[in-house]
Design a protein around this ligand. Sequence first.
Ligand SMILES: Cc1ncc(COP(=O)(O)O)c(C=O)c1O
Length: 389
Amino acid sequence: VTRPAEDGVTVPPLRQLQARRSEKWAVFEPDVLSLTVAEMDFPVFADVRRAVTELIAGSDLGYAVPATRGLREALAGFARRRLHWQVDIDQVTVIPDVMLGIVDLCRVLAGPDGAVSFATPAYPPFFREPALAGLQTIPVGLTATGSIDLTHLETVLRGGTVRALILSNPHNPTGRVLPREELAAVAELCAAHEVWVLADEIHAALTFPGATHVPWFEVSDAARRWGIVLTSASKAFNLAALKTAFIVTACSAARDVVQRIGPQHDHASLLGEVAAEVALRDGDQWLDQVLAQLVANRDHLAAELNQRLPEVRWRIPQATYLAWLDCRALQLDAEPAEVFLARGRVALGPGLNYSPAQQGFARLNFATSPALLTEAVTRMQRALDTPVN
Ligand SMILES: Cc1ncc(COP(=O)(O)O)c(C=O)c1O
């Protein structure tokens, strides 16, 4: 089947991207090539654009009906087809976004005296947002191979204050897909200490061929009893602006916890609900195209870095469009992202935001065109060749 041109993964020219108003582009000066925030540079799935445009054209911009059956069925169908995950549509709650869900669940579960944990390097809001809500955070390290340090986790859980573990699977920023045995071990440990797992599976649909995402609820009885899954169409379909995400549960105890966060669905967006339904119901072919492009981009980036910046090391991600770059061998005088931005005009995610104790890393978002990845590596090289003034 030939794809209509409007549905392609052709990235607009850099000038056009630089004029975008989303965070990835708008926070930098106009000459910067941004590879920061987890947004993609591809055009949004055409059916989604049409559906959203129709709502706007019809002045249909009122409140959303919470979690329509069509939306919940679209999520369940997508989960079944693409993730081998059987979602019970009666246990789906709509929320505005994953982070709001995580923070409110942490608040309910940890109360004023409890703590929450997560594996580092981590998505920066995991450090920031529970702390802003007054909660203590106790990070757990990843091992050298990127797996969760189970010994460290057990020690932390034995401490007795942690009430919830936020588990990013696939992991941001490493792009690692957690294997079943590791997930089962985490589930067992958490169940033994009566600690809830908030399984953040927002990147799951971006798992590349060759790796298999194991949905948290397909891991074990312990995972279903002590788990709450958060997900969204926003990452895979690039819809972060539209504010619609999901909490999914698999037992009545978890459903009771979710009830206690209050009616977050009242704050989700009609645009987002309609977009998510179309994307999850009809977007398989578009997503396959995007995944193929992301794999090509990942391999292109690997070849470019290997050839032109061989000191930069990274583990090739199995999912997401994020590259966690170990730049320590460059022996820079400052945070790598600062050097690349100031001297090369290319913006990466500063490693210290993901891992405050570990200098010398940067996160690169490769959801763009191969040509812009080449340009990014050229700018990184230029930064290293430019003397500090
Ligand atoms: C692991 C992870 N969780 C949550 C989010 C944020 O999701 P939302 O915009 O739905 O809050 C992101 C965004 O990049 C993410 O990478």
